[in-house]
Design a protein around this ligand. Structure first.
Ligand code: HEM
Ligand SMILES: *[C@@H]1O[C@H](CO)[C@@H](O)[C@H](O)[C@H]1NC(C)=O
Ligand SMILES: *[C@@H]1O[C@H](CO)[C@@H](O)[C@H](O)[C@H]1NC(C)=O
Length: 490
């Protein structure tokens, strides 16, 4: 009896040793992985930031961890990050495909699509479409100004009172994208937008949480009815919601005269008819729309929320922005994106807001598409890559004031706006945020219009502001209230 148990134990240990994850030759260093589990026991699943800090201090700017049996390389600091995602951009332009997200997105969409013809075609198509709809032209600005009107109406109703701006900014960001995608806005209690938001928020949480990590690490549990299955259901729910909107567009559109993104895509499908190699399809369009909506909502609204948190608690910066805005806009009835060139201080402030907001701290995971090298290490094809944007946005040596909120970070001695190379809240390289142009236009027009009209005041009874963000795929500031006053202009 004892002998057979011993034999069994030996066998188990032997199998485990076989399963032990090993670092490939010349791979970036990191903690020794356990069999099957890798390093996940060393990482706090809810907020692993502290653990990563410790690993970086021990192993340097480029280190590796095992999430289960899968190796991931974390890249810190501008030099290494830039070398990977810009200089060797294509080598690092993949997205991990054997993960939870692959199964939940069915490989469609663009954010998580792997490097390849479909991603390329769709990325080019989106950039072109966003531009034709006015990035650089007026109609996009008009759409944004249209939405700003709803914000100013909300704020006017709250003059002298204190309000919680979370929902307001979230709606604005969501509706600007909806205008671009569907040519339509939705009230925040509209079922359509409410359900989409709920599903996507839930999926982002799932993707970021322990269940996804377990799903990735242990293939044998994937078919069990565990919480990660909810993600698949969420995606189906969203697809079912968007489908009728697409049907409606098909009925009402005039080919060649697109009203919005959906119409553009339908035009494109017409053009691709008969092309067997085409990567465009209706299924893909639906995931793509959902991707764009998701990518453009929380990111923009969290940046705005961070912006107002700082503008309220650094009133002298708010005032200086207002002065510059008054000077440049004079009697014009509304700001235009072009005005930014005459507003170096406002530009610097917005960039500084993005720097401290650090909205997407670890970017979106990349993946190597071939064997490559980084900072003297060998990195095989298919390695999960985590570019640490935080480590660039607050790196000592790259900024005049890395640990302060200070627009001087973006101003030279002459008070002109300058953008240091380490400014990469949108990431960089071939995968750089596709909505950067739109996002920058939104941030500028919203901030300028609101600061021109209102003063934003930190309520006296709100205590000390807490600048520590809530950890997640995107960082959100702690809930706060703001007080608004109408400005007495000119
Ligand atoms: C302040 C607002 C925003 C921030 C900070 C932000 C940041 C980012 C970051 C860090 C990435 C990952 C890039 C990489 O993988 O290296 C990304 C990707 C992406 N963003 Fe944004 N984003 C913002 C707004 C938007 C908006 C408004 C849209 C929609 C029009 C958008 C659409 C996308 C898409 C589609 C991708 C995936 C690109 C690809 O994989 O090729 N983003 N964004
Ligand atoms: C990213 O960098 C920041 C700041 O340097 C650090 O606190 C954090 O732990 C890093 N995250 C990872 C995953 O290495
Ligand atoms: C990713 O998902 C697709 C479709 O669901 C599947 O066919 C493919 O095998 C998956 N890829 C990996 C590497 O798991």
């Amino acid at each position: 009896m004892f002998a057979s148990i011993l034999l069994l134990c030996v066998c188990v240990v032997f199998i485990l040793l076989q399963l032990k994850s090993r670092r490939p030759k010349n791979f970036p260093p990191g903690p020794s992985p356990l069999p099957i589990l890798g390093n996940i026991l060393e990482l706090s699943l809810d907020n692993p930031l502290k653990d990563f800090e410790r690993l970086r201090n021990t192993y340097g700017n480029v280190y590796s961890v095992f999430l289960g049996t899968k190796a991931a390389v974390v890249i810190n600091g501008m030099k290494a990050v830039k070398d990977a995602i810009v200089t060797k951009g294509i080598d690092f332009a993949g997205r991990p495909q054997d993960l939870f997200v692959n199964d939940s997105t069915e490989r469609k969409g663009v954010i998580l699509a792997d490097y390849g013809p479909s991603w390329k075609d769709h990325r080019r198509f989106a950039l072109m479409t966003l531009r034709n709809f006015g990035l650089g032209k007026d109609s996009m600005e008009e759409r944004i100004h249209g939405e700003i009107k709803y914000i100013t109406d909300d704020l006017e109703k709250s003059i002298g009172k204190s309000l919680s701006p979370q929902l307001m900014f979230h709606n604005a960001a969501s509706n600007i994208i909806c205008q671009v995608l569907f040519g339509q806005r939705y009230e925040h209690d509209d079922e359509f937008i409410k359900v989409i938001l709920k599903c996507f928020t839930d999926n982002a949480k799932l993707a970021n949480g322990p269940w996804a990590m377990l799903y990735d690490s242990f293939p044998m549990i994937r078919s069990l009815p565990l919480p990660f299955r909810r993600a698949f259901k969420n995606v189906k729910t969203c697809q079912a919601l968007v489908l009728p909107v697409v049907q409606e567009h098909k009925k009402t559109r005039v080919p060649g005269q697109p009203r919005d993104f959906v119409d553009c895509y339908l035009d494109r499908l017409d053009k691709e008819k008969g092309n067997d190699a085409s990567t465009f399809s209706e299924d893909l369009m639906i995931m793509y729309i959902l991707d764009l909506h998701f990518a453009g909502t929380d990111t923009t609204s969290n940046t705005l929320l961070t912006g107002f948190l700082y503008l309220m608690t650094y009133p002298h910066i708010q005032e200086r922005c207002q002065q510059e805005i008054d000077e440049v806009l004079g009697g014009n009835d509304q700001a235009s994106f072009e005005d930014r060139h005459n507003m170096p201080y406002v530009q610097a402030t917005i960039h500084e807001i993005q720097r401290v907001a650090n909205t997407v701290p670890l970017s979106v995971p990349h993946c190597t598409i071939k064997d490559t090298e980084l900072m003297g290490y060998s990195i095989p094809k298919g390695t999960l890559i985590i570019p640490n944007l935080t480590s660039v946005l607050n790196e000592e040596g790259q900024w005049k004031f890395p640990n302060e909120f200070n627009p001087e970070n973006f101003l030279n001695d002459q008070g002109e706006f300058v953008k240091p190379e380490a400014f990469m809240p949108f990431s960089a390289g071939p995968r750089v945020c596709l909505g950067e142009g739109l996002a920058r236009m939104e941030l500028f027009l919203i901030l300028v219009t609101l600061l021109r009209k209102f003063n934003f005041i930190w309520p006296e009874d709100a205590g000390k502001p807490d600048y520590n963000p809530v950890y997640g795929v995107t960082l959100t500031p702690q809930l706060y209230h703001m007080k608004v006053q109408l400005r007495e202009t000119n």
